[in-house]
Design a binder for this molecule. Sequence first.
Ligand SMILES: *[C@@H]1O[C@H](CO)[C@@H](O)[C@H](O)[C@H]1NC(C)=O
Ligand SMILES: *[C@@H]1O[C@H](CO)[C@@H](O)[C@H](O)[C@H]1NC(C)=O
Ligand SMILES: *[C@@H]1O[C@H](CO)[C@@H](O)[C@H](O)[C@H]1NC(C)=O
Ligand SMILES: *[C@@H]1O[C@H](CO)[C@@H](O)[C@H](O)[C@H]1NC(C)=O
Ligand SMILES: *[C@@H]1O[C@H](CO)[C@@H](O)[C@H](O)[C@H]1NC(C)=O
Ligand SMILES: *[C@@H]1O[C@H](CO)[C@@H](O)[C@H](O)[C@H]1NC(C)=O
Ligand SMILES: *[C@@H]1O[C@H](CO)[C@@H](O)[C@H](O)[C@H]1NC(C)=O
Ligand SMILES: *[C@@H]1O[C@H](CO)[C@@H](O)[C@H](O)[C@H]1NC(C)=O
Ligand SMILES: *[C@@H]1O[C@H](CO)[C@@H](O)[C@H](O)[C@H]1NC(C)=O
Ligand SMILES: *[C@@H]1O[C@H](CO)[C@@H](O)[C@H](O)[C@H]1NC(C)=O
Ligand SMILES: *[C@@H]1O[C@H](CO)[C@@H](O)[C@H](O)[C@H]1NC(C)=O
Ligand SMILES: *[C@@H]1O[C@H](CO)[C@@H](O)[C@H](O)[C@H]1NC(C)=O
Length: 791
Amino acid sequence: MKTARSFRTLVALSTVASSLGATDSSVGYNSSVSESPPAPILGDGTIDLGIATPAFEKAKALVAGMTNAQKVKVITGQSVTGGNGTWTALSSKDGVAGVNQNFFVSGFASPNAATMTWNRTLYEEHSKAIGEEFYGSGFNLMMGPVASPLGRDPYGGRLPEGFSPEPYLSGIMMGKATSGINSAGIVTVGRHYLLNEQETNRMNGGYSANANDKTISEVYLWPFADAVYAGLMGVMCGMNKANGSFACESDKLLNGYLKTNIGFPGLVTPDVASQHTALGSANAGLDKGQTGLWNEATILKGISSGELSQARLDDMAIRNIIGYFHVGLDNGAQPKTGSSLSNRNVRGNHAAIIRQVGQEAMVLLKNDVSGGGGLPLNKPQTVALFGSHAGPCMAGPNQGFSVAGTPSDIYQGHLSTSCGSGDASLPYLITPYEVINLRVSDEGGMVWWVMNNTYTPSSFSGIPGGGGFPGGNLGNSSIVTRQGPGGGGGFPGGGFNSGTGSTPSIENYSENAEVCIVFINSWSGEGADRKELSNTDQDKLVNTVAESCNNTIVVGNFAGPRVLDSWIENKNVKAVLYSGLLGQESGRAISDVLFGDVNPSGKLTHTIAKNASDYPAPTCLTTQCNYTDGVYLDYRYFQAHDVEVRYPFGHGLSYTTFTYGDVTATITNQSAVASRYPTGHLTLGGQAGLFDEVISVQTTVTNSGTVDGAEVAQLYISFPEGAAQPPSVLRGFEKVTVPTGQSVDVTFSVRRRDISHWDNVAQKWAIETGEYTLAVGSSSEDIRGNTTLTI
Ligand SMILES: *[C@@H]1O[C@H](CO)[C@@H](O)[C@H](O)[C@H]1NC(C)=O
Ligand SMILES: *[C@@H]1O[C@H](CO)[C@@H](O)[C@H](O)[C@H]1NC(C)=O
Ligand SMILES: *[C@@H]1O[C@H](CO)[C@@H](O)[C@H](O)[C@H]1NC(C)=O
Ligand SMILES: *[C@@H]1O[C@H](CO)[C@@H](O)[C@H](O)[C@H]1NC(C)=O
Ligand SMILES: *[C@@H]1O[C@H](CO)[C@@H](O)[C@H](O)[C@H]1NC(C)=O
Ligand SMILES: *[C@@H]1O[C@H](CO)[C@@H](O)[C@H](O)[C@H]1NC(C)=O
Ligand SMILES: *[C@@H]1O[C@H](CO)[C@@H](O)[C@H](O)[C@H]1NC(C)=O
Ligand SMILES: *[C@@H]1O[C@H](CO)[C@@H](O)[C@H](O)[C@H]1NC(C)=O
Ligand SMILES: *[C@@H]1O[C@H](CO)[C@@H](O)[C@H](O)[C@H]1NC(C)=O
Ligand SMILES: *[C@@H]1O[C@H](CO)[C@@H](O)[C@H](O)[C@H]1NC(C)=O
Ligand SMILES: *[C@@H]1O[C@H](CO)[C@@H](O)[C@H](O)[C@H]1NC(C)=O
Ligand SMILES: *[C@@H]1O[C@H](CO)[C@@H](O)[C@H](O)[C@H]1NC(C)=O
């Protein structure tokens, strides 16, 4: 029982505050101490509130005017009226891809796609745009961003809502998501804290995720630290257990890692049905709870018995309110929520941002332009589109976005969002079919399609011509001979009575088209994990098309990693575009890249393995999920174990080529790196100094090809052995536009935390002495230059 803890805390406050210093062992949470960690009370000196100080002062003043009964209302999400404590409960809504289940809002790209842009500025703009739609719709607490799941489990159903299994990349993007959404006046709630990597058995603590301090600090907590540093004011604790304790009842997770180690100043709110005890959860660090467990009687009884401190109750109330002040909601300007039918123009120019995110998110995995094939397309005159993912589903745009219990991971229509709380409310959906059909027809060509992954003429034999389209007058036809590029029209002996087509079949279209584009997807979302990382029907479709079509292009939008090995080496598969889920402008973005209006610049945010069984941590089916893979997620694992992969983390081609200059590095703060541990006090994100630059790395990127393009230069660091790190870890990236024939200087700013590792004994971030290799490349495997520094 944690009874005495709060009192001990209060006594210890002044000493903690005054003893923060270079060698202070109380900085950070020491998990080898078996007692509960102290609950950090905002303002007690444990955490320097930094940018949150003005909001804290306002929240404190508001709470000071409240009675305990009113404070109980605040911490259970109710409004307070009368006296000095007037407070309107915050209105929350899901929506990492736009406001969930609302009319007249935009359907944004899912975070898993937006991360593939590797464009920080764009990520922030995209997040601000989402925030503006929440703001305009009257919601003020956004349930997102999501960095848990991070992506340990490639089958994880909610990967579209998160960023990447790479903690550094996730952290940068989560920081941008937080600052972007905050800047629109919306309080962000990072979730699902923590180790919530899968949907399977998620309800009611159906599994316990067990990870050690190093793994938690270096991997799973890492992105949350960036978000807290950027001003994250809410965290949702998950449904799962961690080391046997419910996440929302875990001292270590909430008071320890979150509120102490990374200095989180905001409220902790539970996921559905994730609060299990009244005073236990309050003392563990939960700040918002259910009226069933927290009511005036329970809370006041706790205070009088000493099981809950008055300071903690005040702290809970303040934490519920601080975010409101931090994002400026107290200016009173926000409109109230309206009916779903009230057409408020909250969408601004967001369609343009969604299209740009889609364009920059497409990763060109393969592009063989020999023989005039591959991408970009150059006014093709006969184009065949294949797969249900090419066009609309039967009843769109929001048909069937519920994955729990859905028998297949495949969506029967163009997929542009996930489902459950990550489901965008698509106001419309532009599919590739629509855009390509218009484009090719405008360029004088012909377009055929089979929008079914398993179509055979006989399966649709009831309909003349096998078209499957009621009212079609396809008539008789026959195989036509292939026309070369630019041929168009006038096929000898063609069908359709006048020779312009062929019998609708995958084979016939494939034989006759100059370009065959196969569209594939994989779908998942809240409620279930994926069952497969590839799909027999879709893979068969690609192979069938490629058998007859020497210029087969595959376009795929996926919920998470998608294994491609059943056809990737087929020489007729000339090009592959791969991405996450792109939102309402998906078809336009895809077409922009296919036709070369936009040069692709996305990079993989996970590794594509050769075989699904190569991934180290599939969905855990037992009640104890031991994270024995430690910090070895994704490429960190593949590199450490020398597993050959299909496409490495960070890979992505362009219609141009880039060369890299020499790599140089300098220590920009000698005195900082001379100290093994940071010397600052605890503040938002961790100890002060962790986010400061200590090393600067330079190179140049030259566009050696014939079209302008953008490259994402990536910095990978190899640590001295004592740091116990994977062979190399991403610690910088810069996306730069480089006109053809020109060079652009690239500088990576390496922060103290980027060269630190978690020292379990000291419970601090430590810099190991020794040699660091700083390698710059176009992917995690395509290193173009390196240098070393000795610390
Ligand atoms: C309201 O605030 C004023 C000024 O701080 C104080 O004098 C008064 O006692 C407060 N009233 C209540 C009900 O707390
Ligand atoms: C990144 O996004 C910003 C903001 O939209 C844009 O101005 C910039 O061109 C993009 N950078 C690259 C390299 O694509
Ligand atoms: C789980 O247990 C490990 C090993 O004892 C420890 O390092 C870690 O801090 C614990 N994590 C949590 C969330 O309790
Ligand atoms: C495909 O085959 C046709 C007919 O042999 C040929 O004209 C065309 O150049 C080939 N295309 C590619 C991309 O190889
Ligand atoms: C696709 O075609 C198959 C026949 O091969 C049919 O059973 C299935 O219902 C079709 N799917 C859709 C979504 O129309
Ligand atoms: C299709 O061709 C067959 C055999 O040549 C013929 O009997 C039939 O009338 C034709 N149908 C149409 C709709 O032209
Ligand atoms: C191709 O078209 C011909 C002539 O219309 C037809 O007889 C044949 O069945 C079609 N092939 C396939 C595989 O559908
Ligand atoms: C993938 O791995 C599984 C399990 O190890 C194995 O049975 C299968 O043959 C592998 N597939 C390929 C294509 O290598
Ligand atoms: C997880 O680790 C615990 C403690 O080491 C062990 O007893 C248990 O068998 C492990 N569970 C699984 C499923 O590996
Ligand atoms: C160098 O690091 C020290 C310790 O973190 C810090 O106090 C100082 O401000 C830094 N200097 C510069 C120029 O950033
Ligand atoms: C953490 O706690 C253990 C056990 O009390 C102690 O031996 C160790 O010195 C502590 N570490 C720090 C940095 O205080
Ligand atoms: C660094 O560059 C050297 C010389 O080009 C090369 O031999 C070495 O393999 C590189 N190391 C890394 C980690 O890329």
